[in-house]
Write a protein that binds this ligand. Structure first.
Ligand code: 2DT
Length: 219
């Protein structure tokens, strides 16, 4: 019998740097929770399938140029397209495992050093989105990422950019927003070890949600 009947699901976000293993770990977590009887849905941002997602994809592949603010707002709009679905799906008892969310939105845009695009400016359009119950940040040193075969060809996959993104992610932990609640996991270890750490963080959260101690909040 599914564990989640009559109870809302948990909203779990996996964040991190390129090459940190987010996609692999999200899939593993999905399999594990599913085998334990949870109802699961997965999600990833950017969701490149919608019309806005296709514009984002074209930008990331350097086929379209866009002002930094414009692409930022498209990434945010791409989340708003899914906001209602996220809320309804959680209420229906599904736990959602989401690969990237607005934390990536804030830090990748702020990492561009555009003087009119601060971290605060970057956060604003995401205010009001469903707030995750837990965010696991997979941290990886850029040197380690390079050892894993280097970066791909997309827009942000350059060493200096990744370095700034990492500093900004780690900086979020020291702010007074709830971004500071991210759980950091060292992604430099083996797939199994990292997976085990993620499960620890997630189980704590599932317990809180089951006990009604984690409200469905807003960003
Ligand atoms: P993937 O490689 O995970 O598909 O990400 N990004 C992502 C942003 O700049 N802003 C956002 O809001 C999100 C969700 C991170 C593609 C790239 O898009 C970046 C890497």
């Amino acid at each position: 019998e599914p564990k989640t009947i009559g109870q809302r699901g948990a909203f779990i976000v996996i964040e991190g740097l390129d090459r940190a293993g987010k996609t692999t770990q999200a899939r593993r977590l999905c399999d594990k929770l599913y085998s334990e009887g949870h109802n699961i849905k997965t999600l990833r941002f950017p969701d490149r399938t919608s019309p806005i997602g296709k514009m984002i994809d074209s930008y990331l592949q350097s086929q379209t140029e866009m002002d930094d603010h414009v692409i930022h707002l498209l990434f945010s709009a791409n989340r708003w397209e899914k906001a209602k679905w996220i809320e309804e799906t959680l209420q229906r008892g599904y736990t959602i495992i989401c690969d990237r969310y607005y934390y990536s939105g804030m830090v990748y845009s702020a990492a561009k050093h555009n003087p009119s695009l601060s971290l605060d400016w970057a956060r604003a359009p995401d205010i009001g989105l469903p707030r995750p119950d837990v965010v696991v940040f997979l941290d990886l040193e850029p040197e380690e990422a390079e050892k894993r075969g280097g970066y791909g060809d997309e827009k942000y996959e350059k060493k200096e950019m990744q370095q700034r993104v990492r500093e900004l992610f780690l900086g979020l932990l020291k702010t007074d927003g709830h971004e500071a609640d991210m759980k950091v996991v060292n992604a430099g270890e083996s797939v199994d070890a990292v997976g085990g750490r993620i499960v620890e963080k997630v189980e704590e959260t599932l317990k809180k949600v089951a006990e009604g101690k984690s409200g469905v909040g807003k960003v």
